[in-house]
Design a protein around this ligand. Structure first.
Ligand code: URA
Length: 418
């Protein structure tokens, strides 16, 4: 077996066998297949797709590329994953809420992918927060404080770590087999026995239509079942960014505000729906209203925010940033975006705003790029909001003046007013 033949097969629209998929994953992780060969195969998969059996085999091979944690001694452990979005800070809000209700949360998150943000990049915006714990520490943390959120630096699904970085820099993100295997291999490896998926669709999501999102959800649910993990998915729109802030530090600040009770309506809707499913799967009750009440109560009484602080502290982060978010380093230039129009916001394409954040330095163009945590966009007006001439509809946070000015002009065009 050799990689050239495997690439040629997929290039020619043939299905790959289990052995061929396993060969690719094992040899790529070992380093005997080069990045350029892996990129060619990933592009062929992106273009020609995979059938259900191939996707399942790819997921299993990726999960088996490293360790698979056994968290069964902790009882029901839940995990949550989003298929990606712009301004999606849901994990930072939801995971502490659920853990504060006594349900262990063990989560391995990803970095930004394409124009979408990643929870790990957001957590690393907090001074000192360690995302690269040992497996032992990860398990100990869940046992000790009921929550841990880590990155892919452990020997958990190392194949996904390598392929994810390639996909990010080769524009091969929007593919059902690649997304399903990426997410489910991580979920299987990280050990939770209950998985809640947030499958997004619309301009800011990898799936542009609800039908495609449903197809992705069905694929992942099936893979979860085959792996013995109870999996549910909710489908959520991502036409415009979620919440008010886009950018790593800006999103952490918004998440802290949300845990203080100041949550944007669209964020709250997603948090409560996912949370309700996490509580249900954990056996904490099936009553939607009661589950929502419990979650909101733990925001009001401060327990959820305390849990976030505990998580940050336990993973080496400086809690004073959460206690006082004005400590976060701000971008050098905070530029108002003023529209010379009256009317209602009709469109605010999340994909365009995600790309704007990457342009400002908040995402990666090359896989080795470092990101600038402080840059981003604050949206004062969203779809359906009224705009009057000379209103400040948004702010651009930039560290490069010229880029900031360019971003202001671009954002004026992204706002469609009628
Ligand atoms: N999140 C992931 O972990 N992988 C993807 O491919 C997309 C979103």
């Amino acid at each position: 077996m050799n990689i050239q033949e495997i690439i040629a097969k997929k290039r020619d629209k043939q299905s790959l066998s289990k052995e061929e998929i396993e060969f690719f994953i094992t040899e790529y992780v070992k380093g005997s297949i080069a990045d350029y060969q892996a990129s060619a195969l990933i592009m062929a998969i992106y273009i020609n797709g995979m059938n259900e059996e191939e996707t399942t085999n790819l997921t299993q091979a990726m999960a088996n590329s490293g360790d698979i944690l056994d968290l069964s001694e902790l009882g029901n452990v839940v995990d949550k994953h989003s298929t990606g979005g712009v301004g999606d800070k849901v994990t930072l809000i939801l995971a502490p809420i659920i853990a504060s209700l006594g349900v262990p949360v063990a989560k391995m998150s990803g970095r930004g992918l394409g124009y979408t943000g990643g929870t790990i990049d957001k957590l690393e915006a907090i001074q000192g927060y360690r995302t690269n714990l040992s497996e032992e520490e990860f398990i100990q943390n869940v046992k000790k404080i009921g929550i841990s959120i880590i990155g892919q630096t452990l020997n958990l699904a190392p194949a996904d770590k390598k392929i994810y970085a390639l996909r990010d820099s080769t524009n091969t993100t929007e593919s059902i087999p690649l997304i399903a295997s990426s997410i489910m291999s991580k979920k299987i490896a990280a050990g939770a026995n209950k998985i809640v998926l947030d499958v997004t669709y619309g301009s800011g999501a990898f799936m542009k239509t609800k039908e495609k999102a449903q197809e992705l959800a069905d694929t992942m649910i099936k893979i979860g079942e085959l792996a013995g993990r109870e999996t549910v998915a909710i489908i959520t729109p991502m036409e415009q960014p979620l919440g008010g802030n886009v950018g790593n530090t800006l999103e952490v600040i918004e998440a802290v505000e949300a845990l203080k009770g100041n949550m944007e309506d669209d964020v709250e809707e997603v948090v409560l729906e996912l949370g309700n499913n996490m509580l249900k799967l954990a056996g904490k009750g099936n009553d939607l209203e009661e589950n929502k009440r419990k979650m909101l109560e733990n925001i009001q009484n401060g327990k959820a925010l305390e849990k976030l602080k505990e998580l940050v502290k336990n993973q080496g982060g400086d809690v004073s940033y959460i206690e006082n978010t004005s400590k976060f380093k701000k971008a050098k230039y905070i530029m108002p975006v003023i529209l010379q129009k009256d009317g209602i916001v009709k469109e605010l394409k999340a994909e365009e705003i995600g790309k704007l954040s990457v342009f400002l330095g908040g995402g990666r163009i090359r896989k080795e790029d470092t990101i600038d945590s402080s840059v981003g966009i604050v949206l004062n007006r969203k779809i359906g909001d009224k705009v009057e001439e000379n209103d400040i509809v948004a702010y651009i946070h930039a560290n490069d003046e010229k880029k900031g000015e360019e971003a202001v002009e671009k954002l004026k065009e992204i706002y469609v007013i009628i």
